[in-house]
Every structure is written in C-alpha cells, then in structure tokens.
Write a protein that binds this ligand. Sequence first.
Ligand SMILES: Cc1cc2nc3c(=O)[nH]c(=O)nc-3n(C[C@H](O)[C@H](O)[C@H](O)COP(=O)(O)O)c2cc1C
Length: 263
Amino acid sequence: MNLAWGITGAGHFLHESFTVFKELKQEKPELKVTTFLSRAAGEVVRMYGLTGELSGISNGSYLEECFYEDEQGASFPKAGRFLLQRYDALVVTPATSNTTAKLVCGIADTLVTNIVAQAVKGGVPVFIVPVDITGKIESKMPLFIDREICMRCELCPPREECPKGAITDQIDLLLCDGCGLCVRLCSYGAIRSKAAKLKVRDVDSRNVRKLQKLRGITVLRHPSKIPKAIRTTSAMWRDWQKKIKKVRLSHAGLLPLVHVCGL
Ligand SMILES: Cc1cc2nc3c(=O)[nH]c(=O)nc-3n(C[C@H](O)[C@H](O)[C@H](O)COP(=O)(O)O)c2cc1C
C-alpha cells in the first residue's frame, strides 16, 4: 500500500500524527509513505524536534520521499502523482485552520492544498484531521524561556552551547530544531514547554462542517482514527481498481469487434 501524508503547520495533533504513522510502518513494513510538508509544516516539525523521526517514516527512496514546499516550486509538479494513481490514499494530519479554510474555498496554492485538489480530481480517497474542530483544545507549545524562573546567568550554558545558536535572551524558533539540549543544560529548569489552552473560533468550526460536505474528502476527528479509515478504504480501493481493470480488459476485447463491424 502506498500512502501520501500531508503535514501542515500545526503543533496540535502533531505528535499524535507522528505516532500513528510510526505505528503503521511498524505494523506493515512494506507500507510506503510519501510525506508532503507545507512551508509552515517544515518549520513547525523542526521546532518540535521531529525532523529525525520523519526520516524513519519516509526514508527518501521512491514513493518514500519527503517533499518540502520550499523545494517544490510554484506549480508543485509532484502533485501530478495523484493523477497517475501512485497512492491508495492521502491523509492530511494535522490540518491547520488556514489549510482547512483554503480547502473549503477551493484554494490550492500551497503544497498540501494542491495535493488535496489533485487527489480529489484523481479519485484518490482523502482523509483530513483538522485541528480546530469545536470547543476548547489544549496544545503543546514549543520550547520557551520561563522568565519567572530564568536567573539571567552571565554565563548561560544553553545560550553558549545551543548547536543552532538559537538562544539569546529568548529562543529564535526559526533556528531551533527542538533538540532539547538547552532544557538539560539549564540548572534552574527555566527552559521548558507547556500546554496552551485555546478556544476554537466559530469560523474554524464552520469550515470543518463545510469540509465534511466536500465530495472525496472524509474528515476524521483525531489521528487515532486514521488506521481504521485507511484499512477500510484500501480494501474498497483494491476492489475498485480490479473493477476498472476488468472494464479496461473487456473494452480491449471489444476493440477488434468494433473494427470488424466497421463502427
Ligand atoms: C509552534 C507553532 C504551532 C502552531 N500550531 C498551530 C495549530 O495548532 N493550528 C493552526 O491552525 N495553526 C498553527 N500554527 C500557525 C500555522 O503554522 C500558520 O497559520 C501557517 O500559516 C499555516 O500554514 P499551512 O496551513 O500552509 O501549513 C502554529 C504556528 C507555530 C509557530
């Protein structure tokens, strides 16, 4: 089975999404996963220290590549794979409120919104896990300096030893790769992460409801729902492919008849 995984720039459900794909690969080593990252996803995955884990899921060989939006031009030629039926399904998890909003408006100007558009056009089943569904959510933030704990040491080991030079009096998250060395080096425990509570905006809830109504797209409420969804689909997809093959073969058989009859 060949899966395409679209990641957008959400911290929410990000670890859960990685866990699901890691487990799917462990369960079925023959499974191939191509990962497509929006520009924001490239940054957020790095901030949360997950870049290394990605190479365990998509190892770089054919149909197991990682495609970063930054490297995919403006026209996203790799999206054409969905019209060539290279994938059994596309799973977008996590899907930001930005990507969800674009999808319901039919916009396809990022790598992930574009592969969704091509997948639907190519008849490839699409599963989307939006982060902002309804109510309140709790989301793990990247590392930050807790100013109530920080002692402003003249010689600050995290600042001196950060391999990315990401720490001054604050952490530059665009440089940080979430390695966590600073957490271990600060003897006061001033560098940490925390869970932020946020309210889902009405407009985002409305967009999720609109997304649910789009043909070719199935909305899942949590990454843990992915394995069951793709198992069911892959069985349906195989049947469908078999049917198409049969129709093609029967058409091929009819062609000589068409010639004989002069039709
Ligand atoms: C650390 C971090 C976490 C983020 N988490 C979320 C999130 O959970 N949900 C969301 O909608 N946007 C989140 N964002 C904002 C998106 O990355 C931003 O809106 C981006 O433009 C989305 O682009 P994309 O939809 O093409 O990936 C986060 C940004 C950062 C820096």
